[in-house]
Design a protein around this ligand. Structure first.
Ligand SMILES: C[S@@+](CC[C@H](N)C(=O)[O-])C[C@H]1O[C@@H](n2cnc3c(N)ncnc32)[C@H](O)[C@@H]1O
Length: 491
């Protein structure tokens, strides 16, 4: 009995132990499974982390590349150049064309006489800015865009969104030169100009300022009878030259630009981009090229003649000393015509960009062949200044103040004032000057700047009765002029 009970108890015990062992084994297996699962999860997480790390590395590389491209684009938009770096200096390389222009500039500057007058408060600060900025200008496009945007060569605005602004300008020029419409339609702006200034009109690329440049060429061709040899004083960055060289009716055979060396730097680059070795630089001798750039310090050595000398939007901004300098030079230089398009008759108190009291004061050795006060196209540009367009021929003047239309009943207005001024310059005597001043003071509703020039001249001729008037007019003078103008040169 006890043996049976013991046996049964032992069997039960064994069964219970087996059950416990099974349960324990199941638990261990489950735990192992969990550990395995966790390991797999950890491995998967680790792999994911590694993937993320790789992604972060490639994103950083991509961001660096984007930042580089962004700075290149910003530089391009700002008109600066993106150049290969030179292995020795780590400085961006300079375009050979720019390097050559820099060399010419340095040499011309070393020839400036210490007695050369200042360029005046309109141009001297701009020349100083150009000198400061040239080292950063390394390729042709940057130079051209700098000239177009930073310097007041032509005040080139962005292309207008209202196309009628362009249509009116085209009509204004066509209406003045109806026989040259097809020539105008074949003229186009410099395609390298900064892109926001350019647009398409009547089948070619133009800008708003293009019409001012093109009109000067058409006027010169019309009034000076298709001149072949042109010399331009103050040619900006060479855009008028470019149009005169490429127009289809009377392309220039010889085009000379005389300018301040720093301004000529831009004309050299812009013209070389298109005309390459047709462009020469005067450094004491004439290389005989179709286009010749003459910096002021070498002007005295230039002998190449011209049919026509032009000056547009430029003498108006020079000081009286420079006007005298160029009148003197024009008297000696072998040319037939001189074309001028500059301000006139500004009120003494509203000088604006003007830096002299009388720009068109040639002596009696020049006859007037064409005189026009105000140009419709220029009124579209901004009707706040009066321009005088004039063509003079180097032959003794035969007219005099006696012909002035106000003696035949005309009112004294801007056009008759300008007519009288031009008659006076041809016969500049003390008596005529006194008559002119008296009539203008009596009948003109405002005091134009040339009046002060004439009064100052009379005082210097010993006409002391004009001193009070001189002081009164001087008080009206709008802040720019500081030196007393020199006496007019007689032919
Ligand atoms: C307003 S820009 C006119 C550019 C061009 N003639 C036109 O009509 O578009 C004036 C020009 O006169 C030049 N200039 C200023 N003073 C000068 C001087 N004393 N002698 C020669 N050129 C001068 C400037 O360098 C510049 O090229």
């Amino acid at each position: 009995m006890w043996a049976n009970r013991l046996k049964t108890w032992a069997v039960r015990l064994k069964l219970r132990r087996d059950e416990q062992i099974r349960a324990l084994t199941a638990a261990v297996t489950a735990t192992a499974q969990t550990v395995n699962d966790r390991d797999a999860h950890i491995r998967a997480l680790t792999a994911k982390l590694q993937e993320r790390d790789a992604e972060i590395v490639s994103i950083s590389k991509w961001a660096a590349e984007l930042a580089k491209q962004n700075s290149l684009l910003t530089a391009a938009i700002a008109g600066q150049s993106v150049q290969e770096t030179s292995s020795t200096t780590q400085e961006p390389a300079v375009d050979p064309l720019v390097a050559e222009a820099r060399r010419h500039l340095e040499k011309a500057l070393s020839h400036i006489s210490p007695s050369q007058p200042s360029y005046g408060s309109r141009w001297q600060p701009q020349i100083d800015a150009i000198r400061r900025d040239i080292p950063a200008l390394r390729d042709s496009m940057s130079c051209l865009h700098y000239a177009q945007k930073e310097i007041t060569f032509d005040g080139r605005p962005p292309f207008p969104s209202d196309i009628m602004q362009i249509q009116f300008r085209e009509w204004a020029v066509e209406n003045e030169f109806p026989n040259l419409i097809s020539t105008l339609r074949q003229m186009y702006d410099n395609p390298l100009s900064y892109s926001e200034s350019l647009g398409e009109f009547n089948g070619r690329t133009i800008s708003r300022i293009f019409y001012c440049h093109a009109r000067i060429v058409l006027a010169g061709i019309t009034y000076a009878n298709k001149p072949k040899r042109i010399l331009e004083i103050g040619g900006g960055y060479g855009e008028i030259a470019r149009l005169w060289l490429t127009n289809t009716i009377a392309p220039a055979e010889s085009y000379v630009i005389v300018d301040i060396p720093e301004s000529l730097f831009f004309a050299e680059i812009a013209l070389r981009c298109e005309f390459r070795d047709q462009v020469g630089y005067f450094e004491g001798h004439d290389p005989g090229t179709r286009i010749l750039l003459v910096p002021i310090p070498y002007l005295g050595d230039l002998t190449r003649p011209a049919d026509l000398v032009i000056n547009t939007g430029s003498m108006q901004e020079m000081t009286d000393e420079w006007i005298d300098f160029y009148i003197d030079w024009l008297n000696r230089y072998p040319t037939r015509y001189f074309y001028s398009l500059n301000y006139i008759a500004q009120p003494i108190g509203v000088m604006g960009e003007s830096r002299n009291l009388w720009s068109q004061r040639l002596g009696a050795n020049w006859s007037t062949r064409h005189l026009r006060l105000n140009i419709p196209l220029l009124d579209l540009e901004g009707p706040t200044r009066d321009f005088l367009e004039a063509l003079y021929e180097k032959t003794p003047a035969t007219r005099s103040l006696k012909e002035w239309s106000i003696d035949r009943g005309h009112m004294l207005s801007k056009p008759t004032y300008v007519e009288g001024l031009d008659l006076l310059r041809q016969d500049f005597t003390i008596e005529n000057a006194k008559t002119f001043v008296e009539i203008v003071m009596e009948r003109m509703p405002y005091h134009p700047k040339e009046l002060l020039y004439i009064v100052e001249w009379l005082v210097r001729q010993g006409q002391s009765q004009f001193e009070p008037l001189r002081s009164k007019l001087r008080e009206e003078l709008g802040g720019f002029l500081s030196h007393a103008p020199a006496a007019p040169k007689q032919g």
